[in-house]
Write a protein that binds this ligand. Structure first.
Ligand code: SAH
Length: 467
C-alpha cells in the first residue's frame, strides 16, 4: 500500500479547486458532501458550478490563485488542463501547508480520492491507488447493492442511543449489544425510527440482565496460505473473533480476514528452537477466553496435523472452557492438488503416511525398513533441516537410489516452487537453491509417475526393494 486510507475532517476548513470542466466539478461534488468552505478557480464555470455559487455553497473566482490564497487551506485539487500550472500551484499550496491532489497523476499526489459508497454517516471508500479505476467502480456497484439505502439512518439512531449503552460494562458486553442490534435482518428491513428506538430499549434491558458470558475457543485450520482455501466456517469465525492467536505459518492474507480491532497474539514457533513455549500459549488461550472473549486459535493447515492440538485442548478442558475444532486443508493435501496428483492411487499406493522428520527431541526415528517395505507414499512435514537424515535412513532401509521425491515449498502461496528429484539428489538440491520456506517432501509421489503411470505402480516397485 502506498496510500494510507484515512477520513479527513473538512468541516469549516478551506478547500481550493482549480480547473474547468467535468473533472473539476466531480472533485467539488465530492467535497460538497461535507461542510467544507470551497473556493473554485475557473474561467469557464459549468452550469452546475454556477448553481452552487448561487446557492452560496462555493465561492467562484476567475484566473489562478496566488500564494496568499492558499493560507490556511487544508486540501487543494489541481485540476487545471496544464500539467505545468498544476505543478506550480501544487508547490504554492504545499508551502502553505495544504495537501495536494493533482488530476490524473497519482505520482504527483499527496492524497487521492477513492470511489465512495455514501450512506452518511456510513461511508465505504474504495481505492486501487490509481491502478484500476474501472475495478473500483465495479466494486462500488457491488457494495451499493449490498448496503441498504437507509443504513445511515440506522447508524445515526444507534449513535443517539450510545450514551444509554454506557450502562453496560465496557468492552465485550457493549460489543455484543451492538452486534445484536446490527443484525442482518435489522440492516435489511425498513423499520421506522420509533420501532427502532423501542428495539434498542428492549435489547438493552435484555443485555443488562445477561450473565457474564464465558468466552470460547475455536481451533481453526488456516490452510496452507491461500485465503481462498479456508472453509466458510473458518471465515465466519475469524470475522467474529475478538482475539486471534496465531502461528507463524498463518499467512497474512488469512489474518487480514479478521477484524482490525481484534487482538492479535503471535505465538509463532520456528523450526527446531521454540520461541513461545506451549505453556505460554496455553496461558494465553485460558486467559483470553476466561475474560469472556471469542478466541480463534489459528493453526496453519489442519489443526490436527502436527499442531499440538491435544495439549491446548486439554489445557482448556481443565479450565472448563468451551472449544470447537474447525478442520483446514493440510499442506500435504494442498501440495498434492498443486502437483495435480492423488495422495493415494489405485495400484500405486493404497496408503499415505503423514510424518515428521523431527519431533520435540530432534530427528524423529521411525521403522524405516517397514516404511520402505510397505510400499506406501510418505508426506514429510518439517523435513527441511532433516533432509540428509531422511535420505540416509531411507537408503539404509533399502530404498532405491532413484526413488522419486518431490519437494513443494510455500504451497498455495504466490512464491510456491517445487521440484521432482531422486532420493540420492533431493537433499543437495534443497541446499543448493536455499529452499528455506515451509516445505513438504513427498516420497513416492512425483511427476515421473504420471509419464510412467502404467509401469510405476508403487513405492515398493519404484524403490526396487526385494521382498
Ligand atoms: N498443521 C499443519 C502442519 C504444521 S507443522 C498442516 O496441516 O499443514 C509445520 C509444517 O507444515 C512445515 O514445516 C511444513 O512442512 C508444513 N507446511 C505448512 N504450511 C506449508 C506450506 N504453505 N507449504 C509447504 N509446507 C507447509
Amino acid at each position: 500500500m502506498d496510500f494510507l486510507p484515512i477520513f479527513v475532517a473538512t468541516k469549516d476548513r478551506k478547500v481550493v479547486v482549480v480547473g474547468d470542466g467535468q473533472m473539476a466539478d466531480a472533485k467539488c461534488r465530492g467535497v460538497l458532501k461535507t461542510a467544507a468552505s470551497v473556493t473554485v478557480y475557473t474561467d469557464s464555470p459549468s452550469d452546475e458550478a454556477l448553481a452552487w455559487a448561487e446557492q452560496g455553497r462555493i465561492a467562484l473566482r476567475c484566473g489562478l490563485p496566488i500564494a496568499s490564497d492558499f493560507e490556511f487551506v487544508t486540501l487543494f485539487y489541481a485540476a487545471h488542463e496544464s500539467d505545468a500550472v498544476n505543478d506550480e500551484l501544487a508547490l504554492l499550496a504545499r508551502d502553505a501547508g495544504a495537501i495536494v491532489n493533482v488530476l490524473d497523476r497519482t505520482d504527483a499526489c499527496d492524497f487521492i480520492t477513492p470511489a465512495i459508497v455514501d450512506r452518511d454517516p456510513v461511508v465505504v471508500a474504495i481505492g486501487t491507488e490509481g491502478s484500476a479505476p474501472v475495478l473500483a467502480r465495479q466494486i462500488k456497484a457491488d457494495v451499493e447493492a449490498m448496503l441498504p439505502a437507509d443504513l445511515g439512518r440506522l447508524a445515526r439512531l444507534a449513535n443517539s442511543f450510545r450514551a444509554k449503552v454506557r450502562a453496560l460494562p465496557e468492552g465485550l458486553a457493549r460489543r455484543n449489544f451492538w452486534k445484536d442490534f446490527f443484525s442482518p435482518t435489522r440492516l435489511s428491513s425498513g423499520t421506522s425510527d420509533k420501532t427502532l428506538r423501542l428495539d434498542l430499549e428492549t435489547l438493552l434491558a435484555r443485555h443488562m440482565g445477561a450473565e457474564h458470558e464465558m468466552g470460547s475457543v475455536a481451533f481453526v485450520g488456516a490452510g496452507p496460505g491461500d485465503p481462498d482455501l479456508l472453509t466458510l466456517k473458518a471465515r465466519r469465525l475469524l470475522h467474529e473473533a475478538e482475539v486471534v492467536i496465531h502461528d507463524r505459518l498463518v499467512s497474512r492474507g488469512v489474518l487480514e480476514l479478521a477484524r482490525r480491532e481484534a487482538k492479535f497474539i503471535d505465538v509463532g514457533k520456528k523450526g527446531f528452537g521454540e520461541q513461545v513455549t506451549q505453556a505460554v500459549i496455553n496461558e494465553h488461550l485460558v486467559r483470553e477466553s476466561q475474560a469472556g472473549s471469542k478466541v480463534v486459535r489459528l493453526k496453519g493447515g489442519d489443526p490436527s496435523v502436527f499442531g499440538r492440538l491435544d495439549e491446548e485442548l486439554s489445557a482448556l478442558a481443565d479450565a472448563g472452557i468451551a472449544c470447537s475444532v474447525v478442520p483446514g486443508i493440510t499442506s500435504a493435501a494442498a501440495g498434492a492438488a498443486s502437483l495435480k496428483q492423488s495422495l493415494t492411487r489405485r495400484d500405486r499406493n493404497s496408503s499415505i503416511t503423514l510424518m515428521t522428520a523431527h519431533d520435540a527431541k530432534g530427528y524423529a526415528e521411525h521403522d524405516w525398513r517397514q516404511l520402505v517395505r510397505s510400499g506406501q507414499a510418505l508426506a514429510i512435514y518439517m523435513g527441511r533441516k532433516s533432509a540428509s537424515f531422511l535420505q540416509a535412513r531411507l537408503l539404509m532401509a533399502g530404498a532405491d537410489n532413484d526413488l522419486v521425491i518431490t519437494c513443494v515449498e510455500n504451497i498455495s502461496r504466490p512464491e510456491e516452487r517445487r521440484f521432482t528429484s531422486t532420493l540420492t539428489q533431493f537433499a543437495q538440491r534443497l541446499d543448493d537453491d536455499n529452499w528455506n520456506g515451509p516445505l513438504i517432501i513427498f516420497v513416492g509421489i512425483g511427476k515421473e509417475q504420471v509419464s510412467h503411470a502404467a509401469n510405476a505402480t508403487s513405492l515398493k516397485e519404484l524403490s526396487h526393494v526385494s521382498y
